[in-house]
Design a protein around this ligand. Structure first.
Ligand code: SF4
Length: 224
């Protein structure tokens, strides 16, 4: 496992639980609004944190923390993920996985092995615009499969879309809504566009107003 960061305490990353967050290094997507280029671009990786160090920390917090959030980057591209999560589980923690949904086979395996207690998947765009938005190649059927696996997993879950005005129209949001029909929870968030984003060409572009955003949410709430 390549681990690029460990946030030792969080009240917000695992809904309803005191948790810590482990950030893995590397991602198969290149979303322009990504706020974690140091976890995505290999040249910007810092030295990885040894797994042993992470497990020493987790052992020391067993009394205080309930959950571990494994985020990224993209955790499912890590070769040792199954064994890593299994070890966390054996320490008695609940596990939440944050994923971009690009690896449905891994996701299926994690669900079947009962290693996950919560899954949050980013849905980046309607299927026909996926490659354009993630700036990488993907078979959109993989995204469909991941959504399907999560919705039918019996595991608590949520889907999330980060919205950049120039990249996501209201029509796109309606299409995404159709893709995740039947899901438990959907979070819509405005992208924070500043000098830290992966694609600097997005800097300075206008965003939806709070009023526009509220209208989108109200419309979407009718379905999810
Ligand atoms: S926002 Fe996109 S590029 Fe950044 S970590 Fe998530 S999936 Fe990868």
């Amino acid at each position: 496992m390549r681990i690029g960061g460990l946030q030792k305490f969080s009240l917000i990353d695992y809904p309803g639980k005191l948790s810590c967050v482990i950030f893995t290094q590397g991602c198969n997507f290149r979303c322009g609004y990504c706020h974690n280029p140091e976890l995505v671009i290999p040249e910007r990786f810092c030295p990885s944190i040894p797994e042993q160090e992470v497990f020493d920390f987790l052992r020391s917090r067993q009394q205080y923390l309930q959950g571990v959030v494994v985020s990224g980057g993209e955790p499912t591209i890590q070769g040792g993920l199954v064994a890593f999560l299994d070890q966390i589980k054996r320490l008695g923690y609940l596990i939440k996985l944050d994923t971009n949904g690009g690896q449905p086979d891994i996701l299926r395996q994690l669900v079947q092995l009962k290693l996950l207690n919560y899954v949050a998947m980013d849905v980046k765009a309607p299927l026909d615009r996926y490659e354009e938005i993630i700036n990488a190649m993907i078979d959109p059927r993989k995204i469909e499969q991941s959504i399907e696996i999560i919705i039918h997993s019996g595991i608590k879950h949520e889907f999330r879309t980060t919205v950049v005005k120039s990249l996501c129209s209201q029509e796109d949001l309606y299409k995404i809504r159709q893709m995740i029909k039947g899901s438990q929870r959907y979070n819509l968030q405005k992208a924070r566009i500043d000098e830290n984003v992966l694609d600097q060409r997005l800097s300075g572009q206008g965003q939806y107003t709070d009023e526009e955003f509220k209208c989108f949410k109200e419309e979407l709430e009718k379905c999810v």
